[in-house]
Design a protein around this ligand. Structure first.
Ligand code: COA
Length: 432
């Protein structure tokens, strides 16, 4: 059969695709802005026919209707990273949470969490029959590789990204054609606090560094202060619109990179159409699966690798909580530890943990003497190097416990400093 005929023979409606999914199946849903929505909507609309269907994914950008109250009769969500649309389901017990490093998710799908159905979204095929995973390669490509059944929404608007980011039409079982806007992440608001943090982080970044930046206002604020740097590179689990601006300004050239020179290396993309247009057919951007991009032994091959991530609490020993506040799960480890370790291990690397000094509109200090009861340590004290708030930079590596605590109190919010000093003096039985 010719490629075109093979392609056409696989086309079904969302409803027909939903019928291929059976009760008890484990479905892995394409990640983040690459989430396919049409087959899921058809399943939710016809939910009564299902029992114990497990939806597995990390960041969900749509409404996750299958995890809403009342849906537990038909579906169960197993979250590898909690987001806004799944937080309530996990914390109220309607959904489960499975801790795991992002870099290890493909291995889970190969062995511990075998995949019945990979529900993915890809670009239209090229003349050789290859569809691109577009904005999400990460665990989406491995899920398709290990799944018993692959259902792909082939979206005309999905950008065609380069690297090892393709699936051949022959490897897809059913195709649902679509043409809707790829989910966008609008740029966050960057206030004075984020700007101050961004400026401190930028002061730690030398020309020729390779960067990993997380999601949100702080990473975007860091980018604002990099305009005078030279020959920066990107090796990051994700990028957003801010990176496009620095490429266009000639700041990000990737020339000094020691692996993949000249290339931006990422595993998923979250931004607006501006980012999606930039990556489309752009050989400067290479997308690989997360077990490669986030592998610390790969990350460490970059020289001057700088990781910038965020957290919700740091205790006076330098233990970092990023996933939970007390017993409440608010996100997951994602790639944080992968990149902290990779950047710590590389020549002239730095790992930076950047956060505002307070939460809840200034009512709560994020620097605390002890983590809240039930909080999970995401990045251990032996791994943490720089901690940055709007009040400055605390370098923890090489410091004893007392000096770590002094450095952290030094960058805490003035409203909480006296209280922290008292805790310090009681704990260490000495003056601050
Ligand atoms: N005490 C109580 N509540 C707190 C808190 C604290 N110390 N710190 C944060 N919160 C609350 C916030 O008020 C907010 O609540 P809301 O959603 O009801 O407004 C919520 O927790 C999220 O905090 P916020 O500071 O707005 O989050 P963020 O968008 O800046 O993200 C992390 C911060 C830590 C959640 C995020 O960076 C993350 O998930 N990190 C781990 C994964 C990772 O680093 N991946 C690698 C890069 S992609």
């Amino acid at each position: 059969m010719k490629l075109e005929e093979i392609y056409k023979s696989k086309i079904v409606t969302p409803e027909q695709a939903a019928e291929k999914i059976k009760s008890g199946n484990r479905i892995v849903v394409g990640h983040a802005c690459g989430e396919p929505t049409e087959v899921i909507a058809a399943m939710v609309a016809n939910c009564e026919v299902y029992k114990d269907v497990e939806f597995v994914h990390m960041v969900a950008m749509s409404k996750s209707e299958y995890a809403k109250p009342g849906m537990e009769k038909y579906f169960r969500h197993n979250s590898l990273f909690v987001g806004a649309s799944t937080r309530d389901a996990v914390n109220s017990g309607r959904a489960d949470f499975t801790p795991c490093y992002f870099s290890e998710v493909p291995a889970l799908f190969k062995e511990d969490l075998p995949v019945d159905v990979a529900l993915i979204q890809v670009s239209k095929p090229d003349e050789h029959g290859f569809c691109s995973f577009g904005v999400s390669n990460d665990y989406t490509k491995p899920a398709a590789k290990y799944a018993k059944l692959v259902i792909a929404e082939v979206n005309n608007r999905m950008p065609r990204t380069m690297g090892d980011s393709f699936i051949h039409v022959s490897e897809i079982d059913y195709i649902v054609e679509s043409n809707h806007q790829i989910i966008e992440l609008k740029p966050p608001k960057i206030g004075d606090v984020e700007k101050a943090i961004g400026k401190h982080c930028a002061s730690l970044i030398e020309d020729g560094s390779t960067l990993q930046l997380g999601i949100g206002a702080i990473p975007d604020a860091v980018l604002l202060f990099l305009k005078d740097k030279k020959d920066l590179g990107i090796h990051s689990e994700m990028i957003s619109d801010g990176v496009v601006e620095l490429v266009e300004a000639g700041v990000i050239t990737n020339k000094a990179k020691t692996i993949h020179p000249g290339k931006i290396v990422v595993t998923f993309l979250m931004g607006t159409q501006r980012l999606y247009d930039f990556v489309n057919d752009n050989p400067m951007v290479e997308m690989y699966s997360v077990d490669y991009v986030n592998d610390p032994s790969v990350i460490m091959k970059n020289s001057k690798m700088i990781s910038i991530n965020s957290c919700v609490q740091v205790d006076l020993m330098g233990q970092v909580a990023s996933e939970t506040v007390g017993l409440k799960q608010i996100s997951g480890v994602g790639g944080q530890v992968d990149f902290v370790r990779g950047s710590n291990m590389c020549i002239n690397g730095k790992s930076i943990m950047a956060m505002s000094s307070t939460a809840a509109h200034g009512k709560i200090s994020k620097i605390v003497s002890l983590l809240d009861e039930g909080s999970v340590v995401t990045t251990g004290r032996n791994d943490v190097n720089y901690v940055v708030t709007e009040y400055g930079i605390a370098k923890l590596k090489g410091k004893n416990l007392k000096d770590r605590a002094r450095a952290l109190i030094g960058i805490s919010h003035p409203d909480f400093k006296d209280g922290l000093v008292l805790k310090f003096e009681k704990r260490f039985n000495c003056l601050f």
